[in-house]
Design a protein around this ligand. Sequence first.
Ligand code: SAH
Ligand code: SF4
Ligand code: F3S
Length: 443
Amino acid sequence: MGKVYLKTFGCQMNEYDSQRILSVFRNYGFIPSEIPETADFAMLNTCSVREKPQHKVSSEIGRLKKIKLKNPEFKIGVCGCVAQQEGENILSDFPYVDFVIGTEAVNRLDVIIDAVLNGERVADVEMKSENISIPAFRREASPSAYVTIMKGCNNYCSYCIVPYVRGSEVSRKSTEIIDEIKFLIDSGVKEVTLLGQNVNSYGKNLDENINFPKLLYMIDKIEGLKRLRFVTSHPKDFSREVIFAMRDIDKICEFLHLPLQSGSDRILRNMNRKYDYISYAEKISLAKEEIPGLSLSSDFIVGFPGETEKDFEDTISAIKEIEYESLFAFKYSPRPGTKAEKLDDTVDDKVKSERLEKLLNVQSAVTDKLLNNYIDKDAEVLIEGKSKKDEKIYSGRNRQNRIVNFESDKALSPGDIVNVRITDAKRNSLFGVNKECMTTLKN
Ligand code: SAH
Ligand code: SF4
Ligand code: F3S
Protein backbone atom coordinates (compact mmCIF):
# COMPACT_ATOMS: atom_id res chain seq x y z
CA MET A 1 0.00 0.00 0.00
CA GLY A 2 1.31 3.47 -0.89
CA LYS A 3 1.84 6.25 1.60
CA VAL A 4 1.21 9.97 1.34
CA TYR A 5 2.75 12.72 3.44
CA LEU A 6 0.81 15.99 3.56
CA LYS A 7 1.95 19.11 5.40
CA THR A 8 -0.58 21.90 5.87
CA PHE A 9 0.14 25.60 6.37
CA GLY A 10 -2.30 28.49 6.74
CA CYS A 11 -5.92 28.67 7.74
CA GLN A 12 -8.85 26.29 8.26
CA MET A 13 -9.66 26.44 4.51
CA ASN A 14 -6.38 24.69 3.87
CA GLU A 15 -7.02 22.20 6.66
CA TYR A 16 -10.36 21.35 5.08
CA ASP A 17 -8.76 20.99 1.64
CA SER A 18 -6.07 18.77 3.16
CA GLN A 19 -8.73 16.46 4.54
CA ARG A 20 -10.29 16.31 1.08
CA ILE A 21 -6.92 15.59 -0.51
CA LEU A 22 -6.25 12.76 1.93
CA SER A 23 -9.65 11.25 1.19
CA VAL A 24 -8.86 11.20 -2.55
CA PHE A 25 -5.51 9.52 -1.85
CA ARG A 26 -7.30 7.03 0.40
CA ASN A 27 -9.52 6.08 -2.53
CA TYR A 28 -6.33 5.32 -4.45
CA GLY A 29 -5.22 2.98 -1.67
CA PHE A 30 -2.74 5.40 -0.08
CA ILE A 31 -2.51 5.78 3.67
CA PRO A 32 -1.21 8.91 5.45
CA SER A 33 2.41 8.99 6.59
CA GLU A 34 3.66 11.16 9.47
CA ILE A 35 7.06 11.69 7.83
CA PRO A 36 8.00 12.26 4.18
CA GLU A 37 10.97 9.87 4.29
CA THR A 38 8.77 6.76 4.24
CA ALA A 39 6.16 8.14 1.82
CA ASP A 40 5.68 7.68 -1.94
CA PHE A 41 3.92 11.02 -2.35
CA ALA A 42 4.59 14.27 -0.48
CA MET A 43 2.39 17.31 -0.72
CA LEU A 44 2.69 20.79 0.73
CA ASN A 45 -0.57 22.67 1.20
CA THR A 46 0.72 26.22 1.24
CA CYS A 47 -0.26 29.68 2.51
CA SER A 48 0.75 33.03 1.05
CA VAL A 49 -1.09 35.41 3.36
CA ARG A 50 2.22 36.83 4.62
CA GLU A 51 5.79 36.62 3.40
CA LYS A 52 6.95 34.34 6.20
CA PRO A 53 4.71 31.34 5.53
CA GLN A 54 5.42 31.76 1.83
CA HIS A 55 9.18 31.55 2.47
CA LYS A 56 8.72 28.35 4.41
CA VAL A 57 7.56 26.69 1.21
CA SER A 58 10.94 26.85 -0.52
CA SER A 59 12.73 25.48 2.52
CA GLU A 60 10.21 22.63 2.80
CA ILE A 61 10.62 21.85 -0.91
CA GLY A 62 14.39 21.76 -0.33
CA ARG A 63 13.90 19.16 2.38
CA LEU A 64 11.78 16.99 0.09
CA LYS A 65 14.34 17.29 -2.72
CA LYS A 66 16.86 15.35 -0.59
CA ILE A 67 14.42 12.45 -0.41
CA LYS A 68 13.82 12.55 -4.16
CA LEU A 69 17.56 12.42 -4.85
CA LYS A 70 17.67 9.08 -3.00
CA ASN A 71 14.38 7.81 -4.40
CA PRO A 72 13.53 9.10 -7.91
CA GLU A 73 10.06 7.48 -7.70
CA PHE A 74 9.15 9.84 -4.83
CA LYS A 75 6.55 12.37 -6.07
CA ILE A 76 6.42 15.95 -4.82
CA GLY A 77 3.32 18.15 -5.12
CA VAL A 78 2.58 21.72 -4.12
CA CYS A 79 -1.00 22.89 -3.60
CA GLY A 80 -2.81 25.68 -1.77
CA CYS A 81 -2.43 29.42 -2.07
CA VAL A 82 1.25 29.68 -3.07
CA ALA A 83 0.57 27.08 -5.76
CA GLN A 84 -2.37 29.14 -6.99
CA GLN A 85 -0.27 32.29 -7.04
CA GLU A 86 2.90 30.89 -8.62
CA GLY A 87 1.45 28.17 -10.85
CA GLU A 88 3.88 26.80 -13.45
CA ASN A 89 6.70 28.95 -12.08
CA ILE A 90 7.04 26.37 -9.34
CA LEU A 91 7.71 23.65 -11.92
CA SER A 92 10.40 25.75 -13.58
CA ASP A 93 11.94 27.03 -10.33
CA PHE A 94 11.99 23.59 -8.70
CA PRO A 95 12.72 20.89 -11.32
CA TYR A 96 12.11 18.07 -8.84
CA VAL A 97 8.53 19.16 -8.10
CA ASP A 98 6.12 16.85 -10.00
CA PHE A 99 2.84 18.69 -9.72
CA VAL A 100 1.31 22.00 -8.78
CA ILE A 101 -2.39 22.28 -8.07
CA GLY A 102 -4.30 25.46 -7.35
CA THR A 103 -7.02 25.98 -4.78
CA GLU A 104 -9.83 24.97 -7.15
CA ALA A 105 -7.95 22.09 -8.75
CA VAL A 106 -8.44 19.98 -5.62
CA ASN A 107 -11.69 18.96 -7.40
CA ARG A 108 -9.59 17.42 -10.17
CA LEU A 109 -7.02 15.73 -7.95
CA ASP A 110 -7.83 12.19 -9.14
CA VAL A 111 -7.02 13.08 -12.77
CA ILE A 112 -3.82 14.76 -11.62
CA ILE A 113 -2.71 11.76 -9.55
CA ASP A 114 -3.23 9.52 -12.61
CA ALA A 115 -1.06 11.80 -14.74
CA VAL A 116 1.68 12.01 -12.09
CA LEU A 117 1.68 8.22 -11.67
CA ASN A 118 2.18 8.10 -15.47
CA GLY A 119 5.34 10.13 -15.06
CA GLU A 120 3.93 13.49 -16.20
CA ARG A 121 4.68 16.86 -14.60
CA VAL A 122 1.45 18.79 -14.14
CA ALA A 123 0.42 22.33 -13.22
CA ASP A 124 -3.32 22.91 -12.87
CA VAL A 125 -4.23 26.30 -11.41
CA GLU A 126 -7.34 27.00 -13.41
CA MET A 127 -9.97 28.92 -11.47
CA LYS A 128 -13.29 29.40 -13.17
CA SER A 129 -16.09 27.86 -11.20
CA GLU A 130 -19.17 29.91 -10.60
CA ASN A 131 -20.52 27.36 -8.22
CA ILE A 132 -18.93 24.97 -5.78
CA SER A 133 -19.94 21.44 -5.31
CA ILE A 134 -18.05 19.29 -2.85
CA PRO A 135 -19.26 15.73 -2.45
CA ALA A 136 -19.29 14.58 1.19
CA PHE A 137 -16.01 12.82 1.96
CA ARG A 138 -14.66 10.56 4.66
CA ARG A 139 -12.13 11.98 7.14
CA GLU A 140 -10.22 10.89 10.22
CA ALA A 141 -12.51 10.11 13.13
CA SER A 142 -13.03 13.19 15.29
CA PRO A 143 -15.93 14.62 17.30
CA SER A 144 -15.57 17.94 15.50
CA ALA A 145 -15.31 18.77 11.82
CA TYR A 146 -15.06 21.66 9.39
CA VAL A 147 -17.65 22.24 6.70
CA THR A 148 -16.99 24.75 3.92
CA ILE A 149 -20.03 26.89 3.14
CA MET A 150 -18.40 29.24 0.64
CA LYS A 151 -15.14 29.85 -1.13
CA GLY A 152 -13.25 32.96 -2.15
CA CYS A 153 -13.64 36.57 -1.12
CA ASN A 154 -14.90 39.76 -2.80
CA ASN A 155 -13.79 42.21 -0.14
CA TYR A 156 -10.37 43.15 -1.43
CA CYS A 157 -8.97 44.48 1.82
CA SER A 158 -6.02 46.43 0.47
CA TYR A 159 -3.35 44.30 2.19
CA CYS A 160 -4.82 40.88 1.46
CA ILE A 161 -3.89 38.28 -1.14
CA VAL A 162 -6.79 35.92 -0.41
CA PRO A 163 -9.18 37.23 -3.16
CA TYR A 164 -6.40 36.61 -5.71
CA VAL A 165 -5.53 33.09 -4.58
CA ARG A 166 -9.02 31.88 -3.65
CA GLY A 167 -11.01 33.63 -6.34
CA SER A 168 -14.32 35.42 -6.06
CA GLU A 169 -16.93 34.60 -3.50
CA VAL A 170 -19.17 31.63 -4.28
CA SER A 171 -21.58 29.98 -1.83
CA ARG A 172 -22.28 26.28 -1.65
CA LYS A 173 -25.89 25.10 -1.98
CA SER A 174 -27.61 24.70 1.37
CA THR A 175 -28.79 21.16 0.57
CA GLU A 176 -25.20 20.08 0.01
CA ILE A 177 -24.09 21.67 3.29
CA ILE A 178 -26.91 19.96 5.18
CA ASP A 179 -26.10 16.61 3.53
CA GLU A 180 -22.43 16.90 4.45
CA ILE A 181 -23.31 17.69 8.08
CA LYS A 182 -25.71 14.71 8.26
CA PHE A 183 -23.01 12.48 6.78
CA LEU A 184 -20.58 13.71 9.45
CA ILE A 185 -23.08 13.18 12.28
CA ASP A 186 -23.56 9.58 11.08
CA SER A 187 -19.82 9.07 11.43
CA GLY A 188 -19.75 10.33 15.02
CA VAL A 189 -19.23 14.09 14.66
CA LYS A 190 -20.85 16.24 17.38
CA GLU A 191 -19.54 19.71 16.55
CA VAL A 192 -19.35 21.46 13.20
CA THR A 193 -17.46 24.64 12.31
CA LEU A 194 -18.74 26.37 9.18
CA LEU A 195 -15.96 27.87 7.07
CA GLY A 196 -15.78 30.84 4.75
CA GLN A 197 -13.65 34.00 4.44
CA ASN A 198 -16.78 36.03 5.07
CA VAL A 199 -19.58 33.74 6.24
CA ASN A 200 -21.98 36.64 6.78
CA SER A 201 -22.37 37.17 3.06
CA TYR A 202 -23.36 33.52 2.57
CA GLY A 203 -26.00 32.94 -0.11
CA LYS A 204 -25.49 36.09 -2.19
CA ASN A 205 -24.79 34.28 -5.47
CA LEU A 206 -27.32 31.47 -4.96
CA ASP A 207 -30.73 31.16 -6.62
CA GLU A 208 -32.17 30.01 -3.29
CA ASN A 209 -33.84 32.53 -1.00
CA ILE A 210 -31.23 32.17 1.72
CA ASN A 211 -28.77 34.11 3.84
CA PHE A 212 -26.43 33.21 6.69
CA PRO A 213 -28.94 33.42 9.59
CA LYS A 214 -31.41 31.29 7.59
CA LEU A 215 -28.70 28.71 7.00
CA LEU A 216 -27.98 28.63 10.75
CA TYR A 217 -31.66 27.92 11.51
CA MET A 218 -31.71 25.13 8.91
CA ILE A 219 -28.60 23.50 10.39
CA ASP A 220 -30.06 23.81 13.89
CA LYS A 221 -32.74 21.30 12.89
CA ILE A 222 -30.22 18.55 12.17
CA GLU A 223 -30.65 15.86 14.78
CA GLY A 224 -27.52 14.66 16.56
CA LEU A 225 -25.59 17.91 16.03
CA LYS A 226 -24.60 19.24 19.45
CA ARG A 227 -22.51 22.31 18.69
CA LEU A 228 -22.20 24.78 15.86
CA ARG A 229 -19.45 27.34 15.22
CA PHE A 230 -18.43 29.52 12.28
CA VAL A 231 -15.45 31.54 11.01
CA THR A 232 -14.79 34.17 9.77
CA SER A 233 -17.26 36.99 10.20
CA HIS A 234 -16.50 40.30 8.52
CA PRO A 235 -17.55 43.23 10.72
CA LYS A 236 -19.23 45.10 7.86
CA ASP A 237 -21.63 42.18 7.19
CA PHE A 238 -22.00 40.87 10.74
CA SER A 239 -25.69 41.65 11.27
CA ARG A 240 -28.14 41.94 14.16
CA GLU A 241 -29.90 38.88 12.71
CA VAL A 242 -26.74 36.82 13.19
CA ILE A 243 -26.44 38.08 16.77
CA PHE A 244 -30.07 37.07 17.43
CA ALA A 245 -29.50 33.66 15.83
CA MET A 246 -26.49 33.18 18.11
CA ARG A 247 -28.68 34.11 21.06
CA ASP A 248 -31.65 31.93 20.09
CA ILE A 249 -29.99 28.79 18.75
CA ASP A 250 -28.67 26.75 21.69
CA LYS A 251 -26.29 24.76 19.50
CA ILE A 252 -24.34 27.86 18.47
CA CYS A 253 -21.36 28.24 20.78
CA GLU A 254 -20.64 31.47 22.64
CA PHE A 255 -17.62 32.33 20.55
CA LEU A 256 -17.17 35.09 18.00
CA HIS A 257 -14.09 35.77 15.89
CA LEU A 258 -14.62 39.26 14.49
CA PRO A 259 -11.34 40.64 13.13
CA LEU A 260 -10.95 44.37 13.76
CA GLN A 261 -7.44 44.72 12.16
CA SER A 262 -6.87 48.26 13.51
CA GLY A 263 -8.45 50.64 16.02
CA SER A 264 -7.74 53.67 13.82
CA ASP A 265 -10.48 54.81 11.41
CA ARG A 266 -7.89 56.31 9.07
CA ILE A 267 -6.03 53.01 8.82
CA LEU A 268 -9.29 51.05 8.50
CA ARG A 269 -10.20 53.28 5.55
CA ASN A 270 -6.83 52.69 3.89
CA MET A 271 -7.23 48.97 4.53
CA ASN A 272 -10.58 49.16 2.67
CA ARG A 273 -12.35 47.44 5.56
CA LYS A 274 -15.62 49.42 5.07
CA TYR A 275 -16.43 50.00 8.76
CA ASP A 276 -15.23 52.37 11.44
CA TYR A 277 -14.37 51.66 15.03
CA ILE A 278 -17.65 53.01 16.44
CA SER A 279 -19.86 50.82 14.25
CA TYR A 280 -17.68 47.82 15.13
CA ALA A 281 -17.86 48.58 18.85
CA GLU A 282 -21.66 48.95 18.67
CA LYS A 283 -22.02 45.49 17.16
CA ILE A 284 -19.75 44.07 19.83
CA SER A 285 -21.80 45.74 22.61
CA LEU A 286 -25.03 44.29 21.23
CA ALA A 287 -23.47 40.84 20.91
CA LYS A 288 -22.14 40.99 24.48
CA GLU A 289 -25.56 42.07 25.76
CA GLU A 290 -27.54 39.42 23.89
CA ILE A 291 -25.18 36.45 24.25
CA PRO A 292 -24.19 35.79 27.87
CA GLY A 293 -20.78 34.17 28.27
CA LEU A 294 -19.66 35.31 24.80
CA SER A 295 -15.94 34.97 24.17
CA LEU A 296 -14.46 37.31 21.60
CA SER A 297 -11.46 36.96 19.38
CA SER A 298 -9.88 39.08 16.67
CA ASP A 299 -7.05 39.63 14.19
CA PHE A 300 -4.83 42.72 14.11
CA ILE A 301 -2.19 44.01 11.74
CA VAL A 302 0.48 46.33 13.11
CA GLY A 303 2.64 48.60 10.98
CA PHE A 304 0.26 48.99 8.03
CA PRO A 305 1.69 51.65 5.63
CA GLY A 306 1.32 55.08 7.21
CA GLU A 307 0.47 53.77 10.70
CA THR A 308 1.52 56.46 13.17
CA GLU A 309 2.11 56.12 16.90
CA LYS A 310 -1.35 57.69 17.38
CA ASP A 311 -3.00 55.11 15.07
CA PHE A 312 -1.29 52.33 16.98
CA GLU A 313 -2.46 53.79 20.30
CA ASP A 314 -6.03 53.67 18.92
CA THR A 315 -5.52 49.95 18.36
CA ILE A 316 -4.27 49.51 21.93
CA SER A 317 -7.28 51.45 23.30
CA ALA A 318 -9.63 49.27 21.25
CA ILE A 319 -8.07 46.09 22.63
CA LYS A 320 -8.46 47.38 26.18
CA GLU A 321 -12.03 48.49 25.59
CA ILE A 322 -13.39 45.44 23.74
CA GLU A 323 -11.65 42.84 25.92
CA TYR A 324 -11.02 39.92 23.58
CA GLU A 325 -10.35 36.61 25.25
CA SER A 326 -7.73 35.90 22.60
CA LEU A 327 -6.38 37.44 19.42
CA PHE A 328 -3.94 36.98 16.57
CA ALA A 329 -1.65 39.85 15.65
CA PHE A 330 0.69 40.14 12.68
CA LYS A 331 3.29 42.53 11.37
CA TYR A 332 2.13 43.99 8.06
CA SER A 333 3.68 42.14 5.16
CA PRO A 334 3.37 43.57 1.61
CA ARG A 335 1.75 41.04 -0.75
CA PRO A 336 2.28 40.97 -4.51
CA GLY A 337 -0.57 42.38 -6.58
CA THR A 338 -2.45 43.95 -3.67
CA LYS A 339 -3.33 47.66 -3.49
CA ALA A 340 -1.32 48.22 -0.32
CA GLU A 341 1.79 46.83 -2.01
CA LYS A 342 1.94 50.07 -3.99
CA LEU A 343 2.00 52.15 -0.79
CA ASP A 344 5.33 52.83 0.88
CA ASP A 345 5.94 50.28 3.61
CA THR A 346 6.68 53.21 5.94
CA VAL A 347 6.89 51.52 9.31
CA ASP A 348 10.35 50.24 10.10
CA ASP A 349 10.52 46.52 10.86
CA LYS A 350 11.97 47.30 14.28
CA VAL A 351 8.97 49.53 15.07
CA LYS A 352 6.59 46.84 13.78
CA SER A 353 8.21 44.34 16.14
CA GLU A 354 7.97 46.76 19.08
CA ARG A 355 4.31 47.47 18.37
CA LEU A 356 3.55 43.77 18.03
CA GLU A 357 5.23 43.05 21.35
CA LYS A 358 3.39 45.85 23.10
CA LEU A 359 0.06 44.75 21.68
CA LEU A 360 0.61 41.16 22.79
CA ASN A 361 1.60 42.30 26.29
CA VAL A 362 -1.53 44.40 26.66
CA GLN A 363 -3.60 41.46 25.41
CA SER A 364 -1.95 39.00 27.84
CA ALA A 365 -3.20 41.07 30.76
CA VAL A 366 -6.73 41.14 29.30
CA THR A 367 -6.63 37.38 28.65
CA ASP A 368 -5.48 36.62 32.21
CA LYS A 369 -8.25 38.75 33.65
CA LEU A 370 -10.96 37.09 31.53
CA LEU A 371 -9.66 33.57 32.12
CA ASN A 372 -9.90 34.06 35.87
CA ASN A 373 -13.67 34.46 35.44
CA TYR A 374 -13.90 30.77 34.48
CA ILE A 375 -12.55 29.58 37.85
CA ASP A 376 -15.08 27.93 40.22
CA LYS A 377 -17.70 27.86 37.47
CA ASP A 378 -18.98 24.97 35.36
CA ALA A 379 -18.04 24.43 31.74
CA GLU A 380 -19.64 22.19 29.13
CA VAL A 381 -16.75 20.23 27.61
CA LEU A 382 -16.77 18.19 24.41
CA ILE A 383 -14.14 15.50 24.87
CA GLU A 384 -11.52 15.19 22.17
CA GLY A 385 -8.97 12.87 23.77
CA LYS A 386 -7.24 11.42 26.74
CA SER A 387 -3.85 12.10 28.31
CA LYS A 388 -1.20 9.56 27.32
CA LYS A 389 0.47 9.86 30.71
CA ASP A 390 -2.50 9.71 33.07
CA GLU A 391 -5.61 7.76 32.14
CA LYS A 392 -7.83 9.82 34.42
CA ILE A 393 -6.99 13.05 32.59
CA TYR A 394 -9.12 14.01 29.59
CA SER A 395 -8.95 16.89 27.18
CA GLY A 396 -11.63 18.77 25.27
CA ARG A 397 -12.99 22.23 24.58
CA ASN A 398 -15.53 24.39 26.32
CA ARG A 399 -18.15 26.26 24.32
CA GLN A 400 -15.83 29.28 24.16
CA ASN A 401 -13.32 27.08 22.31
CA ARG A 402 -10.78 26.96 25.16
CA ILE A 403 -8.91 23.73 25.77
CA VAL A 404 -9.98 22.17 29.07
CA ASN A 405 -7.92 19.41 30.71
CA PHE A 406 -9.78 17.69 33.50
CA GLU A 407 -9.79 14.74 35.85
CA SER A 408 -12.51 12.11 35.78
CA ASP A 409 -12.79 8.85 37.74
CA LYS A 410 -15.50 7.80 35.34
CA ALA A 411 -14.26 6.45 31.98
CA LEU A 412 -15.20 8.74 29.08
CA SER A 413 -14.83 8.69 25.29
CA PRO A 414 -14.14 11.30 22.60
CA GLY A 415 -17.45 12.88 21.61
CA ASP A 416 -18.91 12.70 25.14
CA ILE A 417 -20.10 16.01 26.54
CA VAL A 418 -19.53 16.53 30.25
CA ASN A 419 -19.89 19.22 32.84
CA VAL A 420 -16.55 20.23 34.32
CA ARG A 421 -15.94 22.39 37.39
CA ILE A 422 -13.04 24.69 36.49
CA THR A 423 -10.38 24.89 39.20
CA ASP A 424 -7.52 26.68 37.46
CA ALA A 425 -6.94 28.79 34.35
CA LYS A 426 -3.66 29.01 32.42
CA ARG A 427 -3.22 30.82 29.11
CA ASN A 428 -2.92 27.56 27.17
CA SER A 429 -5.70 25.68 28.88
CA LEU A 430 -8.20 25.53 31.70
CA PHE A 431 -8.10 22.76 34.34
CA GLY A 432 -10.95 21.11 36.17
CA VAL A 433 -12.78 18.08 37.51
CA ASN A 434 -15.68 16.14 36.02
CA LYS A 435 -18.72 17.46 37.94
CA GLU A 436 -20.32 14.02 38.10
CA CYS A 437 -17.27 12.60 39.87
CA MET A 438 -17.26 15.50 42.33
CA THR A 439 -20.78 14.55 43.50
CA THR A 440 -19.81 10.86 43.82
CA LEU A 441 -16.91 11.96 46.00
CA LYS A 442 -19.23 14.01 48.20
CA ASN A 443 -21.72 11.20 48.64
N1 SAH B 1 -11.13 36.42 6.04
C1 SAH B 1 -10.60 36.71 7.27
C2 SAH B 1 -9.13 36.37 7.47
C3 SAH B 1 -8.19 36.30 6.35
S1 SAH B 1 -6.47 36.13 6.58
C4 SAH B 1 -10.91 38.17 7.57
O1 SAH B 1 -11.40 38.87 6.76
O2 SAH B 1 -10.64 38.61 8.66
C5 SAH B 1 -6.17 36.08 8.31
C6 SAH B 1 -5.53 37.30 8.87
O3 SAH B 1 -4.25 37.50 8.34
C7 SAH B 1 -6.26 38.59 8.58
O4 SAH B 1 -7.35 38.79 9.42
C8 SAH B 1 -5.17 39.62 8.80
O5 SAH B 1 -5.12 40.04 10.15
C9 SAH B 1 -3.90 38.87 8.46
N2 SAH B 1 -3.32 39.34 7.21
C10 SAH B 1 -3.84 39.25 5.97
N3 SAH B 1 -3.04 39.81 5.07
C11 SAH B 1 -1.94 40.27 5.75
C12 SAH B 1 -0.77 40.97 5.37
N4 SAH B 1 -0.54 41.31 4.12
N5 SAH B 1 0.13 41.27 6.35
C13 SAH B 1 -0.10 40.94 7.63
N6 SAH B 1 -1.21 40.29 8.04
C14 SAH B 1 -2.13 39.96 7.11
FE1 SF4 C 1 -8.69 39.07 3.05
FE2 SF4 C 1 -10.37 41.00 3.67
FE3 SF4 C 1 -11.23 38.90 2.30
FE4 SF4 C 1 -10.58 38.63 4.86
S1 SF4 C 1 -12.24 39.87 4.04
S2 SF4 C 1 -9.98 37.28 3.18
S3 SF4 C 1 -8.87 40.05 5.08
S4 SF4 C 1 -9.77 40.41 1.59
FE1 F3S D 1 -3.28 31.39 3.82
FE2 F3S D 1 -4.73 30.80 1.73
FE3 F3S D 1 -5.77 30.64 4.13
S1 F3S D 1 -3.33 32.47 1.89
S2 F3S D 1 -4.66 32.17 5.30
S3 F3S D 1 -4.13 29.41 3.38
S4 F3S D 1 -6.82 31.25 2.27
